[in-house]
Design a binder for this molecule. Structure first.
Ligand code: ADP
Ligand code: MG
Length: 692
């Protein structure tokens, strides 16, 4: 930017980025010109407004710089208006019912806080301009707009709270996110032979190999070159895009890996995580792999998540979740920590809803993944501190007591404490929280938007509570202390230090009245809650109508997803399982008949005959069962249409369609081990997970 823009323009743009104010039109023209020059120097021919519609992925519409001048000669042009605003055909993106057809227009508007970038694709480069996507009336048609709004809400509430605490001169508070992304790689030749992977991203059939995860140690010794090259190329491409990230091969499951970027301001991190997924997908393809971002691609094998590391800090660089070395900064830390507890306790249901999806349903609540219950893990030391405050043993007025609590040593100690509990869905890790229940395929904009909003509310309410006490004549320290004490007590049920995969957690959730929303339709009902909606409206993040749109779109995606899965399974049963098993059964039957004849001729009925007979019987029985269950699945799919759109059909999917799919899968998987490998056309788990 500095190289391509006149100094005043550069400074004006920087100011816009920091303050979030509007960019003037003349400046936009100069910026656009500079951007075009830069992009063309690198070989770009097209530009696109790059945005996140409510489909859970990204969208772009490419336009060439090429145009004609007044004399009809071709020139390359990119104007300020083209930079600032685009008008994609909004009707091809979901609006959740917000847009009537006569207002089908949608607008994209440049988000100058997120750097423009050049994306490789095909033979060329495209200048990508991160944008928001809004309707004619200004409603958010994307996931980015609400995230940006939630960042403003956080800033406002945090500054209000900070000023009561006595921190002066803070102009902007931001949240930060770093998302550790897990993924699987499978060989493309296997992938393309599996309609389930191609259509739904997960295996709908497939028996677990006799040896699965217990092979991990052997496996890591021999990461094939191709995987290493994949990682190197991904890193290189990401660096070129300005995304510092490091790939690792330390995941539990075979063929599962992780990539961790350095954290950034949450809205930029959200864009960058989408780019990470996109770059990995492209590089994987180049290397002959398929990238699986599904939360549970292989049944019985650990799934993939995305740890969303989240913190809050001032634009000047002060992390508000970092205890300092003075009593004041420790009190400030405690206030923000309690704000997090307050926010999560009050809004855990909507946080849970923010990560509900068809894929994540397979993971949340399974034994290796965070449960559907959101609890907070703080670690031993902080637990002690909060307990001491709660029981009134601490007096903030004496510096010594605050120091005695050990708060000054927190940053060093806490990493160890928290790393001991990897089962917590929301763990404090030294100076940030790690939200571990996010699904691997999900854009992080939604959970971060919810985290920000619940935090904005909690900080706002805390500030009011403290102010009220001060106004009634209590001195500041005492007011803070009284409010903290009350809040620590009130939010206690959200703190859980035990094993979150255990039965005990389920019991604790029930005893404490914590929401335990088992599947997507259940979680989505939170979005109907009046009080939840009031929060999003109060902090100007989502209007009622925008909430409806998100609810509709997500339910629709859930139902469509299960419909696709069920139909794909139906197809696989009819075109692979049943014919493969039938053919094999025919061969066994022939050889059995041969044996019977031979036995008749020589007058003995040997062991072979008996075992062949048993095998044949077992095959026939299981095949019969698969045929019956396939017919049942047919009927179940057909009945989907008779349910009303929305919750009714979504519940039917969760309660009837998925269980029916699981039932037939169980028998089909049994058959996989009974049939000769040559006759079973689908690549098996061991091939996909252990061969490269
Ligand atoms: P883990 O033990 O969970 O693997 P790592 O230290 O490897 O943790 O990864 C931590 C992630 O958290 C990285 O992506 C890092 O950039 C991010 N992170 C570190 N500090 C912060 C912070 N203050 N706010 C948000 N994210 C952070
Ligand atoms: Mg982590």
């Amino acid at each position: 930017m500095r190289k391509k823009l006149p100094k005043e323009v550069y400074l004006a743009l920087q100011k816009t980025i920091k303050t979030g104010n509007k960019l003037s039109e003349e400046i936009a023209g100069v910026v656009a010109h500079g951007m075009k020059e830069w992009a063309m120097e690198h070989g770009a021919t097209h530009y696109t407004h790059w945005f996140q519609p409510m489909t859970g992925s990204t969208a772009e519409k490419h336009d060439a710089f090429l145009t004609f001048d007044n004399h009809g000669a071709p020139i390359e042009r990119f104007s300020g208006t083209q930079l600032i605003q685009g008008e994609p055909d909004a009707s091809s993106f979901p609006s959740g019912g917000m847009r009537t057809t006569f207002e089908a227009r949608g607008y994209t508007a440049w988000d100058p806080t997120s750097p423009a970038f050049l994306m490789k694709g095909g033979k060329g480069l495209t200048l990508c301009i991160p944008t928001v996507f809004i309707s004619y009336h200004g409603e958010a048609l994307d996931e980015k707009t609400p995230l940006l709004r939630s960042m403003s809400a956080v800033s406002k509430s945090a500054i209000k709270l900070l000023s009561i605490l006595g921190a002066e001169g803070v102009t902007r508070v931001n949240t930060f996110a770093g998302s550790e992304q897990e993924y699987f790689l499978v060989d493309r030749k296997f992938y393309s032979m599996r309609p389930d992977l191609v259509m739904s991203g997960r295996t709908l059939l497939g028996a677990n190999p006799p040896k699965g995860q217990q092979l991990e140690d052997h496996y890591f010794g021999s990461i094939p070159n191709r995987v290493l090259e994949f990682m190197q190329e991904v890193e290189e491409e990401l660096y070129q895009l300005g995304i510092p990230a490091k790939t690792r091969h330390n995941e539990v499951a075979p063929h599962q890996f992780e990539i961790a970027p350095i954290y950034e301001q949450a809205n930029i991190a959200a864009d960058h995580n989408l780019l990470v997924m996109e770059v990995m997908r492209r590089v994987a393809e180049r290397k002959g792999f398929a990238l699986l971002l599904h939360e549970k691609p292989f049944d019985g094998i650990n799934g993939s998540g995305k740890h969303n590391n989240w913190s809050i800090g001032t634009a000047e660089g002060m992390n508000l979740l970092e205890p300092g070395d003075t009593p004041e900064s420790n009190i400030q830390f405690l206030v923000f920590l309690v704000a997090v507890l307050k926010g999560i306790y009050k809004r855990s249901a909507v946080l849970r809803a923010s990560i509900a999806s068809i894929g994540n349903d397979h993971r949340l609540g399974a034994n290796e993944a965070p449960p559907a219950v959101v609890t907070v893990f703080l670690g031993e030391l902080l637990e002690k501190v909060l307990d001491a405050i709660e029981s009134g043993k601490v007096d903030f007025a004496t510096e010594k007591q605050v120091l005695d609590l050990g708060l000054a040593h927190l940053p060093i100690l806490n990493k160890d404490y928290t790393d001991r509990n990897r089962t917590s869905p929301f763990a404090f890790t030294g100076n940030k929280f790690e939200f571990r229940a996010v699904g691997s395929s999900q854009p992080i904009s939604v959970p971060n938007m919810v985290l920000n909003t619940l935090m904005a509310e909690a900080m706002d309410e805390l500030a009011d509570e403290i102010q009220e006490k001060i106004d009634s004549g209590v001195n500041k320290d005492a007011a803070i202390q009284e409010v903290l004490r009350a809040e620590i007590k009130a939010t206690k049920p959200i703190r859980y230090q035990g094993d979150n995969y255990s039965e005990d957690l389920q019991q604790a959730a029930a005893d404490r009245g914590l929401p335990n929303l088992k599947n997507t339709p259940q979680a989505m009902r939170t979005l109907l809650d009046e009080d939840t909606r009031a929060m999003f409206a109060r902090y100007d993040v989502l209007s009622n109508q925008e909430m409806d749109a998100r609810l509709n779109t997500r339910l629709e995606r859930y139902v469509k997803g299960i419909d696709i899965e069920a139909r794909t399974l139906q197809l696989m049963l009819k075109t692979f399982v049943i014919p493969n098993v039938s053919e094999y059964q025919g061969e066994i039957a022939n050889s059995f008949n041969g044996l019977v004849e031979a036995a008749d001729r020589i007058g003995v009925a040997g062991k072979t005959l008996k075992s062949q007979g048993d095998h044949l019987k077992e095959l026939a029985e299981n095949l019969g069962e698969v045929i019956d269950l396939t017919a049942e699945l047919d009927a179940v799919i057909e009945k989907m249409e008779s349910y009303e759109e929305g919750f009714e059909v979504a519940d039917y999917c969760a309660d009837v369609v998925l269980p029916t799919m699981n039932k037939v899968r169980e028998v089909a998987d049994r058959l996989e081990f009974m049939v000769d490998r040559d006759k079973w056309e689908l690549p098996t788990y061991s091939e996909m997970l252990f061969e490269h």
